[in-house]
Design a protein around this ligand. Structure first.
Ligand SMILES: CC(C)(COP(=O)(O)OP(=O)(O)OC[C@H]1O[C@@H](n2cnc3c(N)ncnc32)[C@H](O)[C@@H]1OP(=O)(O)O)[C@@H](O)C(=O)NCCC(=O)NCCS
Length: 220
């Protein structure tokens, strides 16, 4: 009996390459309503009532965007997680990130937030932020792993004793670059791409480009 309990309580293993990422509601996806229904149930199970997102009214707003991650099963798609962001001109706010509990700790949250950031990059969003309860350590670690930095702490933000942390990242930064011939030009790209691209270029070890790019990387 004890053994059986252990097996059912274990996280179910998921192959990340089998996951699908889709914006909801999706007219072209037959199971869109079913996924939305699972999202509402998961929301109720995961968050206190006063923090639960009201999908019915919020999704009517043009600026509210919901994406979900699902895996294909024989009897149709199965929800793995979802994320909501609110777009505005200056800053996009990630409002909700949630992974279905039995799928925690397998990289689905990270995969999903990376997909959201990719979407936002395509949509030319400049800056993204979010608020997180200081006590939600897994969420804070996840956001850090995705490139967010803690920029503000507000005491009792959620309720007495529950502090809020605002985390932020710039999706596009502008930097001066010096090419191999010594000519200057401007590059605009995602901070993580900038980091990856320029750490791999040996001639940046000496020359003006290195110093300027390093400055930009520090401010991201
Ligand atoms: C936060 C949450 C979305 C993480 O999803 P997940 O799929 O389990 O996370 P991942 O497996 O992708 O982990 C990504 C990173 O997050 C961090 N992380 C995840 N779970 C963690 C835990 N239990 N403890 C510490 N760090 C954790 C790690 O840094 C991890 O990277 P690593 O595995 O390379 O160390 C999930 O725990 C969740 O839905 N929690 C409930 C809802 C919630 O708190 N949402 C956020 C506030 S709106």
């Amino acid at each position: 009996m004890h053994h059986l309990h252990y097996i059912t309580a274990m996280a179910e293993s998921v192959d990340l390459s089998s996951l699908a990422f889709v914006r909801l509601p999706a007219k072209t996806l037959a199971s869109s309503d079913r996924l939305l229904c699972s999202i509402k149930q998961t929301e109720k199970r995961t968050f206190p009532t006063n923090e639960a997102f009201d999908f019915d009214s919020e999704l009517k707003k043009r600026t509210t965007v919901l994406h979900c991650v699902y895996r294909k099963q024989k009897d149709g798609p199965e929800l793995c997680g979802y994320a909501v962001y609110i777009r505005s001109k200056l800053v996009t706010r990630i409002h909700k990130v949630c992974v279905v509990e039995r799928f925690h700790g397998q990289g689905i949250g990270k995969w999903m937030v990376d997909m959201v950031l990719k979407e936002l990059k395509k949509a030319a969003a400049g800056s993204v932020d979010l608020w997180v309860d200081a006590g939600r350590i897994p969420a804070r670690r996840l956001y850090e792993a995705c490139g967010f930095k803690e920029v503000q702490v507000v005491r009792d933000y959620y309720s007495p004793g529950r502090n809020g942390i605002r985390m932020q990242m710039n999706l596009v930064v502008e930097a001066w670059d010096t090419d191999a011939e010594g000519g200057d030009h401007t590059v605009r790209m995602h901070p993580l791409d900038l980091h990856q691209r320029y750490l791999a270029v040996p001639w940046l070890d000496h020359g003006r480009g290195y110093v300027q790019l390093a400055d930009v990387l520090r401010t991201c």
